[in-house]
Write a protein that binds this ligand. Sequence first.
Ligand code: OSB
Ligand code: MG
Length: 369
Amino acid sequence: MKLTGIELRRVRMPLVAPFRTSFGTATERDVLLVRAVTGEAEGWGECVAMTDPLYSSEYVEAAADVMRRYLVPALADRPPADAVAVAPALRPFKGHRMAKAALETAILDAELRETGRTFARELGATRDRVPCGVSVGITDSVPELLDTVGGYLAEGYVRIKLKIEPGWDVAPVRAVRERYGDDVLLQVDANTAYTVGDASLLAALDPFGLLLIEQPLDEEDILGHVELSRRVRTPICLDESIVSARAAADAIRLGACSIINVKPGRVGGYLESRRIHDVCVANGVPVWCGGMLETGVGRAANVALAALPGFTLPGDTSASDRYFRTDLTEPFVLEDGHLPVPDGPGIGVAPRPEILAEVTTATEWLPLA
Ligand code: OSB
Ligand code: MG
């Protein structure tokens, strides 16, 4: 594989509805796409950093800056023979995992397309479709939440995740259980909004039979999660805290969580995601694939990852119309609560040129050769 350059492309995609979490409300997705060009192919990666550093320290402008200032020049100095060589070349630069992941993914996609291999097969997927959950934002009222959840259940989603924060936790969970019953697979995500002092409040969720509570405490509060795991019966799942396979192994060993959410951007890429999957399988810890409101580009790769055998819980891999009126790629459509794993070379999809042109706000070419 011979890389000739990297294109950075900013696109602006309005969301079909505002998405409110404990850290803010998003009404559009400002996405940084990476296109890796080789002599024979081009590959795509989607950087999942958000506009502002509210979910993690990364944000879109910083990702673009670190790519052009450090990461792409490092690849120019040490041209990677394949995607496996990308992470070692970028290792001197601390952090910026979402930026590194997008570059590695674009290069892996180009490499696989050159040789006609699929992402799913390369990662070790064992299924050709994956069950899908949906992440439901905080709403202004409980009736509004019940309508939203009812709509998603009618569409066929097999698992519901409610975003929670102090003041919006037990009441919405109780209301969803009362209206839709105990058979619905239900979980909650706090995005770090609580402290260990809220243990008894969070234990009040135990009677509702939730699959898990996702990231209740600060991302660095590993011992707080250990303590909470002892005081709450509902399984604790970590998202923000799990930034690498090492962090996953440590969290499991310490008893900070019994379930792990894998987001390839957060951990530096799909190759590191596979290592986390392997750590979890070795420890008997269920994993599931999270989401960052990706376009079809990121979704395609996530669906391939979610098809690995250790991904035993439904992911936040929802259909395109959950997020966007018009997706960049051919839309992902829910079929009986599942999405099909793409079977074309690489990630198996690409942005549709006319749509891409309409939503692009800036492009930048960074030559490598
Ligand atoms: O914490 O899982 C999260 C979206 C953006 C940032 C963080 C999170 C989320 C979601 C939505 O919950 C997942 C999705 O449907 O893409
Ligand atoms: Mg989360």
